[in-house]
Write a protein that binds this ligand. Structure first.
Ligand code: IFM
Length: 481
């Protein structure tokens, strides 16, 4: 079951060939009319892809890497729908050069990737693993040699298991652990990397991993979730401060998964539910970073975080980010329940709707949602700039004669991009757009079935094939480099 559905239900009831493409450069294999005139984002706009260590690297136990919570979780029976894991994934650990060649061939100039904490600090803290650090030096150098900007995310969900064994994010010590890790990574790559993001989607990894147990480490309940949220919020700001101190001329951001929330009907209780969903999905982490504290009034259960908050903490939650990463895929439609359900105060009911277009994740295709959520984030006074650090879709892909005619994906990108441009034209300072993602990869608890890549990966052979959507981007970006 896709994860947002799982989240809802729980809340209620208690990547050349290495094949180079067979098509000649410039050949248009897709039916869609190539009309880029309505997609003029201007000359300084950044175009790239976003990726995450555990989803693509593989090499799960090579060169001194220790296990992360995702290694542990994916190896436990029943946690991953398909029974798969990220042991090999896209084998990016060995194929990064060819994969970056592919990225360059798409005329993209940004590669967003994350560092695996357990690869560079196998004990979570303490002695760094030089082979791990060297791997990311090689990836960064390979980007720079190709004229691709490396954009580094410090943390994309893969906490070292040794730290989880000590309580993970629920343990306040996590602030010291994360600070040590952030110091190491930022000092190591400071001269080569200028664009940094602290976290990937804190609302997703905290709720899915520590509240509903659908993601690693598989914990359930507010007693795990609330301390986790507070410690992650402290690290979000502290990570920003550490980057600022260690990297000259850094461009510092952090990313948020976010979805515009609609109500099914406009009954009062639906509105209440929508408000709470909005807190959980959209407001909690960004408002903490902006110095607005926690939105307790809109979601009273957050009062219980009080016991984890120490003097000075609230002021320390704030950091002046240079940009905010907005990551959007769909919208949420909610309905109130009217009675207080099992999960104390969460009046949220799953809504069964006949949605015309859904992706393989079960997510509604709703292009206007990205416009609305960008506007929502841009409305905060402290948000200076927005980068769409993820947007994309999974559809079943057929590889036939080395080609993937993924017209639905092209359509999705075109329609979402128009809505991003709409917000930009209305004055929102939007500086870039990164597709999720370059390669089909390990989609967490869904395994390898949902294919989000612009590049089709045959996981048996590790061969890559450019999908039509990749060729679309290549054409679209041809004059933008
Ligand atoms: O694959 C994930 C990614 O790790 C975080 N953002 C959403 C993507 C699609 O689910």
């Amino acid at each position: 079951m896709e994860r947002r559905k799982v989240l809802r239900l729980f809340l209620v009831s208690s990547v050349a060939a290495m094949v180079a493409p067979k098509l000649a450069f410039g050949q248009k294999p897709f039916d869609q009319k190539l009309d880029f005139s309505s997609l003029d984002f201007g000359p300084d706009f950044k175009w790239g892809v976003a990726t995450a260590a555990y989803q693509i690297e593989g090499a799960h136990n090579l060169d001194g890497k220790s296990a992360s919570i995702w290694d542990t979780f994916s190896h436990e029976k029943g946690n991953i729908k398909t029974g798969e894991n990220g042991d090999i994934a896209c084998d990016f650990y060995h194929s990064y050069e060819k994969d970056l060649d592919l990225l360059k061939s798409l005329n993209m100039t940004v590669f967003r990737f994350s560092i695996s904490w357990s690869r560079v600090l196998p004990n979570g803290v303490g002695l760094p693993n030089q082979k791990g650090l060297d791997f990311y030096h090689r990836v960064i150098d390979a980007c720079l040699e190709r004229g691709i900007e490396p954009w580094v995310t410090l943390y994309h969900w893969d906490l070292p298991q040794v730290l989880q064994d000590k309580g993970g994010w629920m343990n306040r010590e996590s602030v010291a652990w994360f600070s040590e890790y952030a110091e190491l990574v930022t000092k190591t790559y400071a001269l080569k990397v200028k664009n940094w993001m602290v976290f990937n989607e804190p609302s997703a990894f905290t709720a899915l991993g520590y509240l509903i147990g659908y993601h690693a480490p598989g914990l359930k309940g507010f007693k795990n979730y609330l301390p986790t949220v507070h410690h992650v919020c402290l690290c979000q700001a502290e990570g920003g401060r550490i980057i600022r101190r260690n990297v000259d001329d850094a461009n510092i951001g952090t990313t948020f998964s976010c979805s515009h929330v609609d109500v099914l009907k406009s009954e009062k209780r639906d509105g209440k539910s929508a408000e709470r969903w909005d807190v959980l999905l959209n407001r909690l982490f960004v408002e903490a970073a902006l110095g607005l504290g926690y939105p307790i009034d809109s979601f009273p259960i957050l009062k219980k975080m009080q016991k984890y908050i120490q003097p000075g903490d609230i002021a320390n939650l704030k950091f002046d980010f240079d940009f905010i990463g907005v990551q959007n895929y769909t919208r949420e439609v909610v309905k109130g329940m009217g009675i207080i359900p099992v999960m104390k105060g969460l009046e949220i009911k799953p809504v069964k709707r006949n949605v015309e277009e859904v992706t393989e994740m079960g997510w509604e295709v709703y292009p206007e949602g990205i416009y609305k959520i960008i506007k929502q984030f841009a409305a905060y006074e402290g948000v200076k700039k927005i980068i769409v650090t993820e947007n994309g879709c999974a559809f079943p892909d057929d590889l036939v004669n080395g080609q993937v005619h993924d017209s639905k994906r092209i359509d999705y990108y075109q329609r979402y991009l128009k809505q991003v441009l709409r917000a930009k034209k209305e004055g929102v300072n939007i500086g870039g757009y990164f597709s999720w993602t370059l390669l089909d990869n390990f989609e967490w608890s869904e395994g390898y079935k949902p294919r989000f890549g612009l590049v089709y990966v045959d996981f048996k052979t590790q061969k890559r094939y450019l999908k039509d959507s990749a060729l679309w981007f290549r054409e679209f970006l041809a004059d933008k480099k």
